[in-house]
Design a protein around this ligand. Structure first.
Ligand code: FES
Length: 160
């Protein structure tokens, strides 16, 4: 098991409040999914079912949207989210090697979360900082001019 999701009454109240508000506008699904992702950290099936019945949108459609957009996730993400840019500038400067090193050392693939719930590995498109390529981020922290040598140090830093 990776990270755990908490569905508390308080969080459900927040979701229902968001849906009430969104229902007054056209296209309530996307803002509701954004709200759910922020409230729960992911949008698992039980939450998708609630949204489905409240907004009268099929589960299949909701599931399709959740799995299509990288911003949404069905499983909870780990405590630390590592995102490696695979945009052209970063790729040319070796970001795939950095991604492979994280994957190897954490024993997870892209989109997966480590068993201890500490790390989720993601690949992103260009984040608009190509001059500092290759780039990766851990949570809100940006690592410019990344290298494979940095990988072990970064993992160690966030493990503590
Ligand atoms: S390609 Fe990585 S920041 Fe632009």
């Amino acid at each position: 098991m990776g990270a755990k999701i908490e569905i508390t009454e308080e969080k459900l109240d927040m979701l229902y409040a968001a849906m009430e508000k969104n229902k007054l506008q056209p296209g309530p699904l996307m803002p509701t999914l954004h709200a759910a992702q922020n409230i729960f950290g992911c949008i698992p099936l039980p939450i998708q079912k609630i949204i489905s019945s409240e907004l009268d949108v099929s589960i299949a459609r909701i599931n399709g949207v959740v799995t299509f957009y990288g911003h949404f996730s069905i499983e909870p993400k780990g405590k630390n989210v590592i995102s490696i840019c695979l945009g052209t500038a970063c790729y040319v400067k070796g970001s795939q090697g950095i991604l492979d090193a994280f994957s190897h050392d954490l024993h997870i693939g892209v989109g997966e979360t480590s068993k201890d719930g500490l790390f989720t590995l993601e690949a992103t498109r260009c984040i608009g900082a190509c001059g500092l390529a290759p780039i990766f981020t851990v949570n809100d922290e940006i690592y410019a001019n990344g290298s494979v040598q940095l990988v072990k140090k970064v993992i160690q830093k966030y493990k503590n």
